[in-house]
Design a protein around this ligand. Sequence first.
Ligand SMILES: Cc1cc2nc3c(=O)[nH]c(=O)nc-3n(C[C@H](O)[C@H](O)[C@H](O)COP(=O)(O)O)c2cc1C
Length: 356
Amino acid sequence: MTLYSRVRPLAFKLPAETAHTLGKRALRAAQSTWLTRAALASNYRYAHPALETELFGSRFPNPVGVAAGFDKNAEVTHALEALGFGFVEVGTVTPYPQAGNDRPRLFRLRTDEAMINRMGFNGQGMERVRARLERRGPPQVPLGVNIGKMNSSDEDEAIEDYRRVFDRLAPFADYVVVNVSCPNTPDEFDEASPDHLHSIFETLAAENDDDVPILVKIGPDSPEDSMLELLGIVEDHDLDGIVATNTTTGREGVNSPKAAERGGLSGAPLAERSTEVIRTLARNADDDLPIVGVGGVDSAEGAYEKIRAGASLVQLYTGFVYGGPGTARRINQGLVDLLEQDGFSSVEDAVGADLE
Ligand SMILES: Cc1cc2nc3c(=O)[nH]c(=O)nc-3n(C[C@H](O)[C@H](O)[C@H](O)COP(=O)(O)O)c2cc1C
């Protein structure tokens, strides 16, 4: 029995957001000294040459990362690295601090191994995040920065929001993700409309003197023709990749009574749909367009399925909440076995294997 399997029933008695805050506090304490970080790493980090991947000009020690939303303000990047994640995506970061929606706004659907959230881009804003990244330095694994707009911004202000956050945080990022797929921001205008996306990416390209890789994060709920249209935009602007997917507004495969809560659904019930999106993108994209697969990954098999469907990297949030600190190690160890079983010498060799 692991420590987490003993702590989890207690943590799950608390409201989900309270448990999350306490968990992060524990991670902050754990990363605060070299010795505690080393102790975490020796328990949880797992390295194997087959897991190493070169992407976006960076070396990823393994393909299993932490998805946006877990560490919105870049407070625990070093602890997440010590827990064996191959990369960490912080954010969504907005230009100014923002309170987000009223609580409760995060719900566990335990029997479904899922969560629903309507956080609404709560966060400390880009200056606090920048100061923290400056002070603490980046983790030793690649760092993604996911950027967003203020809830109150109209279409033109939104573009300025992305520009400002990009300007302040791109110098610290190994890649930047433009998040236009949060189901919990106000519906003032269509964030994912082609015109809006063109304006965002034109604006960011003009700011991007250092050629920081730029990706876009999409939702799982759009029809195939909009996804293909998005691929066109990605290619027009020479973007570096797609993160697929964000949470869903759908409730398919969910039995918990909490399914009625408003917000984005994540975790196990999202897994198949997000893999389908990855497959559609990989089938239709230029050969070398990297896809970061996210949605319901909670096991080596789930990660491998997304890799074989075309994801070069995977991320998780909900699977980490349910699986605890040993999650990255367990998935990475399992991935090595699955690669060996199928005769692949590396993750890179298995990317898109199911598409042939
Ligand atoms: C509580 C919570 C907050 C999230 N916040 C963000 C966010 O700020 N930005 C973002 O791009 N995605 C956010 N996400 C979405 C995750 O990054 C991920 O795309 C989604 O949860 C599916 O992955 P999972 O099934 O592994 O959780 C959030 C998810 C959860 C559960």
